[in-house]
Design a protein around this ligand. Structure first.
Ligand code: FES
Ligand code: FES
Length: 201
């Protein structure tokens, strides 16, 4: 057993964990933070994605003991993290939402409650990665010039949905990138949801 302290969504949390406990189980079972979802528990679906030290991690593959002293952000905490991203007035207009969350609403990109939290966190993380100039597998050259469809799709490819209803996520990420002041993006035109795949109301 190990005693650890983890900052979760801005609140320091202290707990004693078995060294075999994953970060996902520590968050959900020990701390009651249930926005990271256990979709596969094998690092294959992205539903458990959180930020740790600004980087995207699959919390089902990370041992909680490795997060001692870390700053973890879940889908519940990205709103606070996005405050003042484009000015306090804009923040107030959004009702406290992160630009990515607002873009998911505007573009009807919300899917089910299982995969959406991971997608939102992953989008927040990938926009930061893009701003830092990190290339992806489809980037031509050393630095990605723009967040076109191929760049966004590749950078979000770790977040799966078995329902195949992804169509509006790319426009949402591109809209969030524009709100965030990213250098380039493609058209943010929402696509109509496929029958039976409407976002939860
Ligand atoms: S639950 Fe972690 S990747 Fe699926
Ligand atoms: S898994 Fe969430 S909508 Fe498909």
């Amino acid at each position: 057993m190990s005693e650890i302290t983890v900052d979760v969504d801005g609140t320091p949390r202290r707990l004693t964990v078995d060294t075999r406990t994953t970060l996902l189980d520590a968050l959900r079972e020990r701390l009651g933070v249930t926005s990271p979802k256990k979709g596969c528990d094998h690092g294959q679906c992205g539903a458990c994605t959180v930020l740790s030290g600004e980087r995207r991690v699959l919390s089902c593959l990370v041992l909680a003991v490795t997060q001692d002293g870390a700053r973890v952000v879940t889908a519940e905490g990205v709103a606070a993290r996005g405050q003042h991203a484009d000015g306090p007035d804009a923040e107030e207009e959004r009702g406290g939402l992160h630009p990515v969350q607002q873009a998911f609403i505007d573009c009807d990109a919300f899917q089910c409650g299982y995969c959406t939290p991971g997608q939102v966190v992953s989008a927040v993380g990938m926009l930061d990665e893009f701003e830092r100039g990190w290339p992806s597998a489809v980037t031509e050259g050393a630095r990605p010039p723009r967040l076109d469809h191929a760049e966004v799709a590749e950078r979000m490819s770790g977040n799966l949905c078995r329902c195949a209803a992804y169509v509006n996520i790319v426009p949402a990420v591109q809209q969030a990138a524009a709100a965030h002041g990213s250098t380039a993006h493609g058209p943010a035109t929402p696509v109509a949801a496929a029958p039976g795949t409407e976002a939860p109301r």
